[in-house]
Design a protein around this ligand. Structure first.
Ligand code: AMP
Ligand code: MG
Length: 410
């Protein structure tokens, strides 16, 4: 048996980000930038009003209450036609350009317009520059908008769009093939023959991939023959940036995935017994064209644990992310977390949430069993339980958060 860290290291060694390409901004959310982008325009690009109100000369209000003549109305998108002179004001809307002569804005709520609409009364001294958005407040020309390795989030996407940037150089989303292996598997919806089961791994892996921002590619089911598996994997290698198969990596007489991976990848193939539970048997290879191939154990819970521990970090590396791992936090157990001493790191699906003490708590622990898929269906974290006799309520455990949108309870 090798440690989790050693297995993970074997997978991650030599994996590099996919070659960058031009990506339309509309497709770039969550992708990793491969080139710096500098601002070509300042933002704001012209001085404008931060409020609906009156553009005035601050000096006119220095003495306190003052009545000004209204000479213009300027809407966002307009160009004002007059110059604001001493004793004058221009009605102005948020985002409209500050007219020449004016240096500040008195907000609408603080101004009293005369009945005939010709003048406005301002009753306090206004500071020069008040409610004026200056050129370059947010961005100056030449400023780096996006750095290499930065993840494109919604705000950054908006910044780029506001600069007229249509596409960026980014690492593409890895296309990832998913193959299920096993003579017992069927996609049929008909009544099951005894001994057959419907495929659970492929749908949940395809969903896991989509949920993590990768492009899932369905490679179907292969029977338990070296030939079937080889053909399916070769197809996957041609069509994808990485391929995941499930089943057939253990020590059974119909477990051919290990030997197929070894044939496909030579010295970059390794069949491992990892000191984790579930998911001990695991195979990894990189084929001659550089496509990583993951052989996960077939039990559905093992498959999902293997995805989290080995596949997802590796795919994030292909996608160019610097941070490969889910966030992990120490959580307080509100219930016992039983396990037995077996020399392995146990990965236990749990439900965690923040409590009023501001700390993360483990509220429930899924029933253990690598075939019990429904038992883990409501888990939002994976507790990483070191070898030993289990943990008692009040003790702490490291929890890998798999769904950060479900931490607030209720
Ligand atoms: P294996 O790793 O091939 O020895 O499979 C281990 C267990 O997982 C067996 O009970 C298989 O029937 C089951 N299994 C394998 N592949 C799948 C799958 N795609 N969906 C559901 N169960 C599976
Ligand atoms: Mg099998």
């Amino acid at each position: 048996m090798i440690s989790y860290e050693e297995a993970r290291q074997f997978v991650l060694t030599d994996l590099a980000a996919l070659a960058p390409r031009d990506v339309e901004l509309g497709d770039a959310l969550g992708m990793v930038s491969a080139a710096a982008v500098a601002a070509r325009e300042p933002s704001p690009s012209f001085p404008n009003s931060a409020m609906d109100g009156f553009a005035i000369r601050a000096a006119d209000t220095a003495g306190g209450e003052v009545r000004l003549g209204i000479v213009d109305t300027i809407f966002a998108g307009d160009l004002g036609s007059s110059i604001v002179k001493t004793g004058e004001a221009a009605r102005i809307m948020t985002g409209a350009p500050l007219p020449d002569g004016a240096d500040s804005i008195c907000m609408r709520e603080e101004a009293v317009v005369s009945d005939d609409g010709g003048t406005v009364l301002i009753s306090r001294p206004v500071q020069a520059g008040e409610y004026v958005r200056l050129v370059g407040d947010d961005i100056i020309v030449g400023q780096e908008l996006v750095g290499v390795g930065e993840v494109i989030g919604p705000a950054l996407l908006g910044v780029l769009a506001s600069q007229g940037v249509r596409s960026i150089l980014a690492h593409p989303r890895p296309r990832v093939g998913v193959l299920s292996t096993g003579n017992e598997l069927t996609d049929s919806n008909d009544e099951l023959e005894v001994g057959k089961i419907r495929d659970a791994n492929r749908p949940s892996l395809l969903a896991s991939l989509a949920g993590s921002g990768f492009v899932p590619v369905d490679l179907g089911i292969a029977g338990d023959t070296a030939r079937d598996i080889t053909e399916a994997l070769q197809h996957g290698i041609r069509a994808c940036d990485a391929v995941i198969s499930t089943g057939g990596v253990s020590v059974g007489d119909a477990d051919f995935v290990k030997s197929v991976l070894a044939d496909l990848a030579g010295d970059r193939a390794r069949s491992m017994q990892v000191a984790i539970r579930p998911g001990k048997p695991f195979a990894f290879a990189v084929d001659s064209s550089g496509v990583p191939l993951f052989g996960l154990a077939g039990n559905p819970v093992s498959t999902l644990v293997g995805f989290e521990l080995f596949v997802r970090p590796a795919l994030r590396r292909l996608a160019g992310y610097r941070e490969l791992d889910r966030p992990t936090a120490s959580a307080i157990l509100d219930c016992p977390l039983p396990r037995r001493r077996d020399g392995k790191l146990n990965l236990v699906h749990v439900r965690v949430r923040f409590e009023s003490d501001g700390r993360l708590h483990v509220k429930s622990v899924s029933r253990l069993g690598s075939h019990l898929l429904h038992a883990i269906a409501d888990a939002n974290a994976l507790a990483m339980v070191p070898d030993g006799e289990g943990l008692e309520p009040g003790e702490e455990v490291a929890a890998m958060i798999m769904d950060a949108d479900q931490l607030n309870g209720a």
